[in-house]
Design a protein around this ligand. Structure first.
Ligand SMILES: *Cc1c(COP(=O)(O)O)cnc(C)c1O
Length: 360
């Protein structure tokens, strides 16, 4: 058997082993065709089934209503940073953005190139350790943009803002399907697959139908949502293999209790890890304020950089991989996405508690 470690990388991130095994088993001969899905035409009936099943699974698991389109696009979440304003920013009306970290900032930078941006709230004053509560939304805005989970800082919206008739647009790259939600509250949800639902190379966009056709005529063809919606994400060659792998991950989620199964496991994992931090008498210091803590990315510091380096090194010796924090926070970060088994988090929690005993 090959070696497998617990992989806490922030993204691309761990994938469910059954999904990888299935991809491995089908790699050379996809369903008796004698060719790999990597070599299959995107116009084949085999791939057509794959993409339709991926969309149907996402729709069913996440409760996506019929008046929303599901698109599978390229260019990562970063491409959505400009596709969104190019498609749904209305002439003369700006958009509201809430700045909760690095990814929000990048989204704001792109939107500013294309129209007026009102930063309705920010948590930059405390190095993005919290989700703002005071938000000054403009009722006339074209949309409100938020980052649901701040991968780098380890904060997450616990309750989404009320935006009335203004469409709520949300970057869910690092927490899609991590908990139950009402898709109807959103105008548009987007997520690069590589954190929580698949490999890199594909971005899922869930968009309400009335926003699909909002783009002006002069927007380039590939940038228009309508182009992709009209062609079932196959206007040009889609990222076939990443979509296929997303389908396998979605099947795994479906077989394991759907989003509510994810939510239960994710809450359990996050509680376990935060308890180690909270019970450490200040040895581990969480970056995020308690009421803003992410159930996906747990960020924390140790008493010194030397101890942080030592902890990361010893973790690796215990097959606990990918725990170095992002330079904007420092310290350590455990990314415990949907596919991270509870056993991995249990092992990490035990290791951390023991490390504290030996070094505290
Ligand atoms: C990783 C990440 C991105 C960037 O995604 P790409 O697919 O690399 O463009 C954007 N937003 C969030 C919240 C992320 O975690």
């Amino acid at each position: 058997m090959e070696k497998r470690v617990y992989n806490f990388n922030p993204g691309p991130a761990t994938l469910p082993l059954p999904a990888l095994r299935k991809a491995q088993a089908e790699l050379l001969d996809y369903e008796g065709t004698g060719i790999s899905i990597l070599e299959t035409s995107h116009r084949s009936k085999e791939f057509d089934t794959v993409i339709n099943e991926a969309s149907a699974l996402l729709r069913r698991i996440y409760g996506v209503p019929d008046d929303y389109k599901i698109l599978w696009l390229q260019g990562g979440a970063s491409t959505q940073f400009y596709m969104i304003p190019m498609n749904i920013m209305l002439p003369g009306k700006g958009a509201d953005y809430i700045n909760t970290g690095t990814w929000s900032k990048k989204a704001i930078k792109e939107a500013k190139l294309l129209g007026d941006v009102n930063v309705a709230a920010t948590s930059e004053d405390k190095n993005f350790s919290y989700i703002p509560k005071e938000i000054g939304l403009n009722p006339e805005a074209s949309y409100v943009h938020i980052t649901s989970n701040n991968t780098i800082f380890g904060t997450q919206w616990q309750e989404y803002p009320e935006t009335g008739d203004v469409p709520l647009v949300t970057d869910m790259s690092s927490d899609i399907m991590s908990r139950k939600l009402d898709v109807k509250k959103f105008g548009l949800i987007y997520a690069g697959a590589q954190k929580n639902m698949g490999p890199s190379g594909v971005t899922a966009v869930i968009i309400r139908e009335d926003l699909v056709g909002r783009a002006k005529e002069d927007v380039p063809t590939m940038v228009k949502y309508k182009t992709h919606a009209d062609k079932n994400s196959m206007f040009n060659t889609p990222p076939c293999f990443p979509i296929y792998l997303c389908k396998l991950v979605l099947e795994w989620i479906s077989e394991n209790g759907g989003v509510s199964g994810n939510e239960t496991r994710n809450m359990g994992k996050a509680d376990m890890l935060y308890k180690v931090i909270d019970d450490s008498g200040g040895f581990f210091r969480g970056h995020a304020e308690k009421d803003s803590r992410s159930i996906m990315n747990v960020t924390f510091r140790l008493p010194s950089e030397e101890l942080e380096a030592k902890c990361i090194k010893e973790a690796l010796e215990h097959d606990l991989f990918g725990l170095k924090g992002h330079r904007s926070v420092g310290g350590m970060r455990a990314s415990i996405y949907n596919s991270m088994p509870i056993e991995g988090v249990a092992k990490l929690s035990e290791f951390l508690a023991e490390f504290k005993e030996n070094n505290g």
